[in-house]
Design a protein around this ligand. Structure first.
Ligand code: FAD
Ligand code: DHB
Length: 394
């Protein structure tokens, strides 16, 4: 039996940033993670950090490597009708995004925990939450050596992603679920080849969406819209490159650089929100509470925005005896969550090719793309959502 103030389930961006913020505010916490350290440090996922995310990581002192290796981007391209239409993010908003891999942020946060001696237990199993509606909730689990353990705390943060145990620990009657499924998925590859363009390219093409991104001057990250039932084996490298070349082709001879494929996986796309994000002393944060389709590049950024509020709420509750910010936690987060849900749905609907749509639907999409590319106000709306709205109440 271990006593701590906050039990944090999951060492993704939400759990790690929360743990570190709590440390800075003098609130003791323990992080429990099901996977190994090397697994979560290698898992290839998000790449786009909003400006508020970058500022937060910098402020809390874990931004040094991001500053050295991250790539600030001041614009992006919408590619359709075989041509690029640049959205000048910085010109329109005064802000920018930084391309820096999620697993690099995870590495930086784990290193910061290590340096300060903050506890993260990797490789735990059988995690179960108890008494979450009382003042002394508990987390039982089996540690990496196979010993049964229990963490007695004053609050639990469910940061264990969409498939974790935290959300299902809340009685179904206490939650309302909002959901939308899409008839496509993203196949993502990481390739050892320099980016073919200096900025991200979001491409609408009749064969399906494609995205050109990057991780470094030597590594390109690319995504393709595929059928959600496609096994990854149906996509040998040759087929992936041929499809990318066709979708990214332009009238002025753009050439996509090819190279060895280092990683390949297919991710489903969905929109999902539960309300409220709290039940008793259990607070959900990040993908445990909401999922967005990746087209808006919002998932990791939202996870970090949630825990920024949660750290303040837990400090007020546990150190200052003020329950008001904790009571407002869910509503405070949900307003940003729904903005991101709308933006991600809008980007997804505008850019993908829906196999069930008709000629009318395709004309509407093209009209929306042309309007966004040609109207300063439409482009500004895209840009200010993309670079990240300021934190509410910050
Ligand atoms: P996670 O990162 O999922 O972390 C949850 C952790 O909990 C995991 O480490 C998991 O192992 C652990 N866990 C699960 N169950 C248990 C358990 N029972 N006990 C203990 N631990 C448990 N977002 C962006 O902002 N920008 C992007 O550009 C972007 N691109 C993306 C591209 C792809 C292909 C994908 C798949 C996602 C992308 N995202 C993006 C989304 C982003 O990766 C997620 O939203 C983000 O990982 C959410 O962080 P989290 O901490 O909430 O959850
Ligand atoms: C990346 C991921 C996204 O979801 C996105 O919209 C843009 C870039 C990336 O992994 O680089």
């Amino acid at each position: 039996m271990t006593d701590t103030r906050v039990g944090i389930v999951g060492a993704g961006p939400a759990g790690l940033v929360l743990s570190y913020l709590l440390h800075l505010q003098g609130v003791e916490a323990v992080v429990l993670e099901a996977r190994s350290r090397s697994h979560i440090e290698q898992r290839v996922r998000a790449g786009v950090c909003e400006q508020p995310t970058v500022e937060l990581l910098r402020e809390i002192g874990v931004g040094a490597r991001m500053e050295a290796l991250g790539m600030p981007h001041h614009g992006l391209s919408l590619r359709f009708d075989g041509a690029d239409h640049r959205i000048d993010l910085t010109g329109l908003t005064g802000r920018c995004i930084t391309v820096y891999g999620q697993q690099e942020i995870v590495k930086d946060l784990i290193a910061a925990h290590e340096e300060k001696g903050l506890p993260i237990e990797f490789g735990v199993s059988d995690v179960a939450l108890h008494d979450v509606d009382g003042d002394r909730p508990r987390v039982s689990y089996t540690d990496a050596d196979g010993h049964a353990r229990e963490l007695r705390c004053e609050a639990i943060a469910g940061c264990d992603g969409f498939h974790g145990v935290s959300r299902p620990s809340i009685p179904e009657r206490a939650l309302t679920t909002f959901e939308r499924h899409y008839p496509f998925a993203w196949l993502g590859i990481l390739a050892r080849t320099p980016p073919s363009h200096s900025e991200l390219i979001y491409t609408h093409h009749e064969r399906g969406f494609a995205l050109h991104s990057m991780r470094s001057p030597e590594i390109t990250r690319l995504y393709l819209q595929v059928d959600p039932d496609d096994p990854v084996d149906d996509w040998p490298d040759d087929r992936v490159w041929s499809e990318l070349q066709q979708r990214l082709a332009t009238g002025d001879g753009f050439r996509l650089r090819e190279g060895p494929v280092l990683e390949k996986s297919i991710a489903p796309m969905r929109s999902f929100v539960v309300e409220p994000m709290q039940y008793g002393r259990l607070f959900l944060a990040g993908d445990a509470a909401h999922i967005v389709p990746p087209t808006g590049a919002k998932g990791m950024n939202l996870a970090i925005a949630d825990v920024r509020h949660l750290a303040r709420a837990l400090k007020a509750l546990l150190r200052d005896g003020d329950p008001a910010p904790a009571a407002a936690y869910s509503d405070t987060c949900l307003s940003r969550v729904w903005r991101a849900e709308h933006f991600s749905w809008y980007m997804t609907s505008m850019l993908h090719t829906d196999p069930a749509t008709d000629a009318f639907g395709r004309r509407l999409q093209l009209s929306q793309l042309r309007y966004t590319a040609s109207s300063r106000s439409a482009a500004t709306s895209l840009a200010e959502n993309y670079v990240g709205l300021p934190f509410e109440g910050a």
